[in-house]
Design a protein around this ligand. Structure first.
Ligand code: FAD
Length: 516
């Protein structure tokens, strides 16, 4: 038996290798006896040393590509036997601030388990999928094989099921169905104690709610049971423009407060620069190459930034155009957007959900997919969103952030308080996302300036007493985490004590230190 791993840490990366059994090499202990692959040294750093944020670089001891839960439990048990080894599940590594990394620890690459589950059950009510599956693959299979689809999404689907469930998973459907964490009914989880546990609202419920939005702190999700609905054939996708934030936000709040059968299927919004800048301004609004943004429609009083409501209505191919038009007009008729600044297209449902894929491809071609992404995501209460607009949108980021600046309302009643997610007070709150892209020619100092501006915004929120929470949070000190969780901190600590008492899991979140 190997009691402690530390003596085995070596510094011989040059000989790094990937093997398929649990032999001892490159500092990786023999007790890590798993069926899948293990990589170490440079091979491991290449797989798991960076993330989408591109601002952190950490060297894991090894990357494990598990075959299934037993391998994952094996990795956790190996860490438990050591005095400092940690374990980070890595979904698709789309975190911004190193949340899926483990310096000198074991990274479990969940993508190797992507195909372990895919089973529709309950007469089409749900699908069991792997925690390591990409949402885009879940979508394609559910629609093409069953004509069904999950109800709640993220904007971009190159993310794993376990990765988004560890945060919340939010997009324009969340006002209606809640975040993705509200749309799963059962999970298989490997806890920080090395146990493999099935949990749901009724069975091991404390673990179930801990893991949802749990930032990977309590267990590694290996299977999720995701609720389904019949997939529509088509989507009418609409954008309408506003000059006044009050009118934009009142209309958005009215839309998300409508009864289910009377509302759009998707409601989002964004801020853009009032100018012809192709990355931040008017050209970002039209939905088709044939459409043009006509600035002569804007009132003279319009300010430095404008607002766009983005809406979508699902329909079946059998519905006539006039029926769809009628349904749209009933909802849109009372909105106060600028006439003449309305854009719409009809497209297949799957294409709508995969719409960000096109931006990904463009960013890959122009190199900005690989440059750093100092993104900032917050939830801001309805009470304070007007003040946030005046200071942040109209002043601090009035020239844009090189990418989308999302702002749209969500309903707190659609979020179960028992999960580990924390939210601002009040029924309506806004998600704000500053999705910064950095040109390839930019200097390192411009990334630093963006990070500094993010900090300035957060510090301004704290100073002004803005009721906000970071989404996909990132803090450096435990004091900040305590402030983040507020009166939920002691519950979070209790859950950690129960399910990961040695603080093995997801060390990249920097919430707890590994117990010696
Ligand atoms: P990773 O970054 O690999 O992991 C994230 C965290 O979860 C880590 O702490 C990791 O240890 C833990 N983890 C990973 N897998 C598991 C598992 N199976 N079990 C337990 N813990 C696990 N978010 C939204 O809500 N809505 C959006 O519209 C949205 N759009 C995005 C678009 C892009 C281009 C990007 C880069 C991110 C976007 N996100 C969005 C954020 C995204 O949800 C998070 O970054 C998420 O964590 C990424 O998933 P991932 O699979 O890459 O997870």
């Amino acid at each position: 038996m190997i009691a402690y791993i530390e003596p085995y840490f070596l510094d011989n990366d040059a000989d790094a290798a990937t093997v398929s059994t649990g032999q001892s090499f490159d500092g990786v202990p023999e007790s890590l006896d798993i069926q899948g692959e293990i990589s170490s040294g440079d091979a491991a750093a290449n797989i798991a040393g960076k993330d989408f944020g591109g601002m952190n670089c950490m060297k894991p001891l090894a990357v494990v590509r598990p075959l299934g839960p037993e391998d994952i439990a094996g990795a956790v048990r190996t860490a438990l036997r050591s005095d400092k080894l940690t374990v980070a599940a890595r979904g698709n590594g789309h975190s911004i601030n190193g949340q899926a990394m483990a310096e000198g620890g074991l990274v479990v690459d969940m993508r190797s388990t992507a195909e372990n589950h895919f089973e529709v059950g309950g007469g089409g009510a749900f699908v069991d999928v792997s925690g390591g599956a990409l949402w885009e693959n879940v979508l394609k299979r559910c629609v093409s094989e069953y004509g069904l689809a999950p109800r709640s999404w993220t904007d971009y689907l190159g993310l794993t099921v376990g990765g988004t469930l560890s945060n919340a998973g939010v997009s324009g459907q969340a006002f209606r169905y809640g975040p993705q964490t509200e749309n799963v009914t059962e999970l298989d989880v490997v806890t920080g104690n090395g146990d493999v546990v099935t949990c749901s609202e009724l069975e091991n419920s404390e673990l179930f709610f801990s893991v949802l939005g749990g930032l990977g702190q309590f267990g590694i999700i290996t299977r999720a049971r995701v609720l389904l609905q019949p997939a529509p054939d088509m989507v009418r996708w609409i954008r309408v423009v506003y000059t006044e934030f009050d009118e934009f936000s009142e209309d958005a709040e009215w839309l998300v407060s409508q009864k289910d059968e009377l509302c759009f299927d998707y409601v989002e919004g964004f801020v853009f620069v009032n100018g012809d800048d192709p990355v931040n301004g008017w050209p970002t609004v039209p939905l088709h190459l044939d459409q043009e943004f006509d600035p002569t429609r804007l009132p003279r009083s319009s300010g430095s930034v404008l607002y766009c409501l983005e809406l979508a209505l699902h329909y079946q191919g059998s519905e006539s155009n006039s029926t769809v038009d009628e349904r749209v007009e009933r909802l849109i008729g009372r909105l106060r957007f600028i006439k003449g600044l309305r854009f719409e297209v009809d497209l297949p449902y799957v294409d709508f959900l995969l719409r960000v894929k096109q931006s990904e491809e463009i960013a890959k071609v122009n190199g900005t997919w690989e440059t750093p992404h100092p993104w900032l995501n917050l939830f801001v209460s309805k009470r304070d969103i007007g003040e946030f607009d005046r200071t942040v949108f109209k002043e601090l980021v009035k020239n844009g952030v090189g990418g989308p600046m999302l702002v749209y309302p969500l309903m707190r009643s659609r979020w179960d308080d028992r999960t580990s997610v924390v939210l601002p007070e009040g029924e309506i709150f806004y998600i704000v996302a500053l999705l910064r892209f950095v040109p390839t020619c930019a200097k390192a100092s411009s990334v630093e300036k963006m990070v500094a501006q993010n900090q300035e915004i957060v510090q301004w929120c704290v100073r002004k007493g803005i009721d906000f929470k970071l989404y996909l949070p990132h803090y450096k000190s435990q004091e900040e985490w305590i402030r983040h969780f507020g009166n939920r901190w002691s519950r979070f600590v209790d859950r950690k004590t129960m399910y990961d008492p040695m603080a093995i899991l997801s060390p990249g979140q920097k919430i707890f230190n590994r117990a010696p």
